[in-house]
Ligand binder design. Structure first.
Ligand code: DX5
Ligand code: ZN
Length: 218
């Protein structure tokens, strides 16, 4: 048993009953709820936005870990705060003023995070690391669930763990994409302390959610 946090991605849930699905993963042992927001422009897929998140919020007391794959971000920050997002994570490529965006997220009462695509270098985090509470390492190209883990991201996780240690602050180092029971330990050993998993958690239907979450920890 490790103390890694598990953040199931509702991208793999049954969208026709999202409220019930969130209650099920909460009861099955999820530590956070990972919410993938896609705009069909920054990434080639569409999901949902603040009105749906606001309706889902009462279904769990766990933090909502909201991953924005949209551009621009700034016009929607207040709406995500109002919807009940706890952590709001953005990609540096989503706008020209990353530092301003992170400050606006903090000012709106949320924890700011930065997500790094597989092709985005770890060093992009350096100028803003003191302003954030989460680094999200994308271990697939964002847009879809069910893709294979990109092994080269393990080295980046190690680099980012070292940067986090140098701050002395408790910054989440979360990994998202292709996380399965058979690679979770390697990802944690590289330095991650939070794992997003979509297909691995929702596999097999509701009767399996607790076992699926437990198998990512063990
Ligand atoms: C991909 C999303 C992920 C996705 C992970 O763009 O950011 O959160 O749901 O899905 P799996 O765990 O199936 O790779
Ligand atoms: Zn995500």
């Amino acid at each position: 048993m490790s103390d890694v946090l598990i953040s199931p991605s509702i991208l793999s849930a049954d969208f026709a009953e999202l409220g019930a699905e969130i209650r099920r993963i909460d009861e099955a042992g999820a530590d956070m709820i990972h919410v993938d927001v896609m705009d069909g422009h920054f990434v080639p897929n569409l999901t949902f936005g603040p009105p749906i998140i606001k309706k889902l919020r009462p279904h769990s007391n766990k933090p909502f870990d909201v991953h924005l794959m949209i551009a621009p971000v700034d016009p929607y920050i207040e709406a995500f705060a109002d919807a009940g997002a706890d952590i709001l994570t953005v990609h540096p490529e989503a706008g020209p003023h990353l530092h301003r965006t992170l400050q606006a997220i903090r000012a709106a009462g949320m924890k700011p995070g930065v997500a790094l695509n597989p092709g985005t270098p770890a060093d992009i985090i350096d100028p803003v690391i003191d302003d954030i509470d989460m680094i999200l390492v994308m271990s697939v190209n964002p847009g879809f669930g069910g893709q294979s883990f990109i092994e080269s991201q393990l080295r980046k996780i190690e680099q980012l763990r070292s940067k986090v240690e140098q701050t002395g602050r408790a910054i989440f180092l979360e990994v998202d994409g292709g996380v399965k029971p058979d690679n979770a330990q390697r990802i944690i050993s590289a330095g991650a302390n939070a794992l997003v998993a979509g297909s691995a958690v929702f596999k097999g239907g509701p009767s399996q959610y607790a076992a699926n979450i437990a198998s990512l920890r063990s």
